[in-house]
Design a protein around this ligand. Structure first.
Ligand code: HEM
Length: 280
């Protein structure tokens, strides 16, 4: 009887199980990221759009930005608000691009949302580079190098993702688009890494007030470098035929999801809620 019950179709092949584990760990990361991105979008909306809508732009300074609103500096203020307010749209829309259901069932939503995401991402990188090096909104020169490289890489990845979508080479498009997504969210990851690090250490450890301590410098590059390496590991695992390699990448992605979750909880309670409370 037992041998009848266990047929080849009921036995889950170990390789299939490894593939399932990879799928689950990547999906878990996307679900966690979606929640964290929408928290960030709400924070940006309340902190930056609310003061503008109520005609009290200087309220943003209650949250202690680097330069923030400067009375009389019309161009600088315009650049600041045109840099930060679209970030709310980027954080609401970007993660939707990763959901297969939207790509398959609503391709027009994927296309238009993708155009919006890449356009705002490109503009965000350009205005960010201006704020840092043109307006002088930086805490230290060396501490700004990581985000500067981030901005330059956004320009490269967004243009490449767009190019391959137009050329209908969707596998290459997807790879560049994932990297564009991770790079455009480098500033989000940076806050997660930093707040998560503070939470785990119960305070700063290797950080400085001007964000140029050894850990700050590490996070300023790792905030996009590590997510991009994990994404490449997932692409690599999908081409593998040996179960243990796929398991190894599943474990790495699950660890990434856990660190993302810790970072989100820390950023929500240690950064975003306290800053919103200062403005409201
Ligand atoms: C496209 C991706 C980017 C997004 C979505 C983004 C989003 C944001 C957000 C939401 C803030 C406000 C931060 C807060 O209140 O915690 C901010 C501030 C800032 N960003 Fe970006 N950013 C991006 C890229 C960059 C780049 C590449 C640079 C520099 C090279 C940059 C430079 C700045 C600066 C200097 C500020 C602070 C302005 C101030 O406080 O006066 N950003 N960014």
């Amino acid at each position: 009887m037992l041998s009848e019950a266990i047929t080849p179709t009921t036995i889950v092949n170990p390789f299939q199980r490894a593939k399932q584990a990879l799928h689950i760990s990547v999906s878990a990361w996307v679900a966690i990221a979606l929640i964290g991105q929408w928290f960030f979008a709400s924070y940006v909306f309340v902190l930056y759009a609310f003061p503008i809508a109520t005609g009290n732009a200087e309220l943003v300074n209650l949250a202690r930005p680097i330069m923030g609103y400067v009375a009389g500096d019309t161009f600088g203020n315009l650049m600041l608000f045109s840099h930060v307010i679209p970030a709310a749209l980027l954080s609401v829309g970007g993660v939707l691009q990763l959901l297969p259901v939207i790509r398959k069932k609503y391709p027009a939503v994927h296309r238009w949302n993708g155009r919006m995401f890449l356009t705002l991402g490109l503009l965000g990188a350009i205005s960010g580079l201006y704020l840092t090096w043109g307006r002088g909104a930086r805490l230290s020169d060396v501490g700004s190098l990581g985000i500067t490289l981030n901005g330059v890489l956004i320009l490269v990845a967004a243009v490449m993702a767009w190019r391959y979508a137009r050329a209908k080479q969707f596998n290459i498009h997807m790879r560049w688009a994932i990297h564009a997504f991770l790079l455009i969210n480098g500033v989000w990851f940076f806050r997660l890494f930093l707040m998560g690090w503070y939470a785990v250490n119960q305070g700063s450890n290797g950080n400085s007030a001007t964000l140029d301590g050894p850990m700050d410098l590490f996070f300023s590059f790792a905030c996009y470098g590590i997510p991009m390496l994990i994404a490449e590991a997932v692409f690599w695992a999908k081409r593998q035929q040996l179960a243990f390699r796929v398991w190894a990448v599943s474990a790495l992605t699950a660890l990434g999801a856990l660190i993302t979750l810790i970072g989100i909880v820390a950023a929500v309670f240690m950064m975003w809620i306290p800053r919103i409370s200062a403005v409201l």
